[in-house]
Design a protein around this ligand. Structure first.
Ligand code: HEC
Ligand code: HEC
Length: 310
C-alpha cells in the first residue's frame, strides 16, 4: 500500500487544506494564546487610569501634536537613564490608548516629567517657553488659558475608554481651562514607574561648607544661580515659583538649616512629604546632583548664604 505522504502530494486541495490547518494551529499556539494571557498585559501595581482632568489634558497633547517634538519613552541606555531617569517599562502604558511614545526629540523626552517641576512652572513655561530657555523653539500655548473644558466631551471619552470616574470629578471640571488639564496631564506622566532612589546622600547633615565665605566661591555660585535657579527662586533669591532663599525659613520651618541639609536639597531635589531637618517638603525642587559636582553645589550654598537677609 502506498504511504500517506505519497497519496497526499498527488492531491493538492487536501494538501493545501491540511497545511492551512497545521499553520493555523501553530499560529494560535504561538501567537493568539499568549496574547490572551495576563503576562502579555503587564500593569504596574500603582498605575491608575487617567482622571477626567488628566484625560482631557492627554487629548490636548494629541490635538496640539506635542508628540511631533517630544517622545514619552526612555530607552534602557545609560546615557538616557542618566538624563531622564528610570527607563520605560511595558507595565506603565496599560491605560495609554493610543500610546504616545513618539519618535522625534526636538524637545526632551517627557516620560519622567511628572513631579519634576511645580504646576506653576509648567503653566508659565507653556505660556512663554522663551522666558525660561531663550533659544527654545517650542511654540507658546498661552491660548490654552482662555479655552474652557467641555465636561460633556470628557465624559464621553471616559466612557469610550471604560475609565472609572465620579460625578465629583466631572463637577470639578467646571471652570477648568485647557491649561489646567495639560498641566495635570504633565504631572501624572511616568509617576507610577518606580523612581530611582535619590542619588547617594550628597553630604552628611553635619557637613560644613568647605567654601563658606570664599569670594571666588560666592562669585561662582552667583553665576550658577543665575543660570539654574533664578527662573524659580527669583533673580535675587526673593522667591517666585520656589520659596524665598534670603529669609530664615527653610522648607516652611523658621530657623537656620545646616549646610549639609541644603546640599542634600540641591543635589537630590525634594519629594512631597520628605522631611529634612524638621522641615516638610511639598515637592517641586528638581535635583541638580547629576549635572553639578559637590563643589559647585557648595559654591551655590556660599552664594545663598551671602544673600541672606538681603
Ligand atoms: C516645535 C517642537 C515642540 C513642540 C510642538 C512642543 N515642544 Fe515642548 N519642548 C520643545 C523644546 C525644544 C523644549 C526644550 C526647551 C524648553 O523647555 O522650552 C521643550 C520643552 C518642554 C517641556 C520641559 C521638559 C523638561 O524636562 O524640562 C515640557 C513639559 C514640554 N516641552 C511639553 C510640551 C507639550 C505638552 C507640548 C504640546 C502642547 C509641547 N511641549 C510642544 C519643543 C516642542
Ligand atoms: C523648577 C523650579 C525650581 C528650580 C529650577 C530650583 N528650585 Fe529650589 N525649590 C523649588 C521649590 C518648588 C522648592 C520648595 C520645595 C518643597 O517644598 O519641597 C524649592 C526649595 C529650595 C530650597 C529650600 C529653600 C526653602 O526656603 O525652603 C533651596 C535651598 C533651593 N530650592 C535651592 C535651589 C537652588 C540652589 C537651585 C538652583 C541650582 C534651585 N533651587 C532651583 C523650585 C525650584
Amino acid at each position: 500500500m502506498a504511504g500517506l505522504h505519497e497519496k497526499l502530494h498527488t492531491r493538492p486541495v487536501t494538501f493545501a487544506v491540511l497545511s492551512a490547518v497545521v499553520i493555523l494551529i501553530g499560529t494560535i499556539v504561538t501567537m493568539f494564546y499568549p496574547m490572551l494571557t495576563p503576562q502579555m498585559h503587564p500593569k504596574l501595581e500603582n498605575l491608575k487610569p487617567y482622571t477626567p482632568l488628566q484625560l482631557a489634558g492627554r487629548d490636548i497633547y494629541q490635538r496640539e501634536g506635542c508628540n511631533n517634538c517630544h517622545t514619552q519613552t526612555v530607552r534602557p541606555l545609560k546615557t538616557e537613564v542618566m538624563r531622564y531617569g528610570e527607563y520605560s517599562k511595558a507595565g506603565e502604558f496599560a491605560y495609554d490608548r493610543p500610546f504616545l511614545w513618539g519618535s522625534k526629540r526636538t524637545g526632551p523626552d517627557l516620560a519622567r516629567i511628572g513631579g519634576k517641576y511645580p504646576d506653576a512652572w509648567h503653566s508659565m513655561h507653556f505660556e512663554d517657553p522663551r522666558a525660561f530657555f531663550a533659544e527654545s523653539n517650542m511654540p507658546s500655548y498661552g491660548f490654552l488659558n482662555k479655552r474652557k473644558l467641555d465636561a460633556g466631551d470628557v465624559v464621553s471619552h471616559m466612557k469610550a475608554l471604560g475609565f472609572p470616574y465620579t460625578s465629583d470629578e466631572i463637577n470639578a471640571l467646571d471652570g477648568k481651562t485647557e491649561m489646567d488639564a495639560i498641566v495635570a496631564y504633565m504631572q501624572v506622566i511616568g509617576i507610577a514607574a518606580a523612581k530611582k532612589p535619590a542619588i547617594a546622600e550628597a553630604a552628611r547633615a553635619e557637613d560644613k561648607n568647605p567654601l563658606s565665605g570664599k569670594p571666588e566661591a560666592v562669585a561662582e555660585g552667583k553665576d550658577l544661580y543665575a543660570a539654574n535657579c533664578a527662573v524659580c527662586h527669583g533673580s535675587d533669591g526673593e522667591g517666585g515659583i520656589g520659596p524665598d532663599l534670603t529669609d530664615n525659613v527653610w522648607l516652611y520651618k523658621e530657623g537656620d538649616m545646616g549646610d549639609g541639609a541644603l546640599h542634600n536639597i540641591i543635589a537630590n531635589g525634594t519629594q512631597p512629604g520628605r522631611e529634612i531637618e524638621g522641615g516638610k517638603a511639598k515637592g517641586g525642587m528638581p535635583p541638580f546632583g547629576a549635572q553639578m559636582d559637590k563643589n559647585k553645589i557648595w559654591a551655590l550654598i556660599a552664594y545663598i548664604r551671602s544673600i541672606h537677609g538681603k
